[in-house]
Design a protein around this ligand. Structure first.
Ligand SMILES: [Zn+2]
Length: 70
């Protein structure tokens, strides 16, 4: 990851940190899957979250978070 990546919205410098969750993190292109877990793609599973730290970048002004899920 490069130093000083910029926010895609406001171009300010992003703050480095880590994503964590007590559950897995999933992705879906359909809002229906949010309630069922079906049809969603697991980006980060629980085991990986426990191992720890997923580096992430955040813009506090735009509430944007960028992270790589693998
Ligand atoms: Zn921003």
């Amino acid at each position: 990851m490069d130093d000083a990546q910029k926010c895609p919205e406001c171009r300010n410098e992003l703050k480095q940190g880590y994503i964590f969750s007590t559950r897995r993190i999933s992705w879906s292109e359909s809002p229906d899957s949010v309630f069922t877990d079906i049809g969603g793609e697991v980006l980060v599973n629980k085991a990986y979250i426990k191992l720890g730290k997923i580096p992430a970048l955040r813009c506090e002004d735009c509430h944007v978070v960028i992270f790589k899920y693998k």
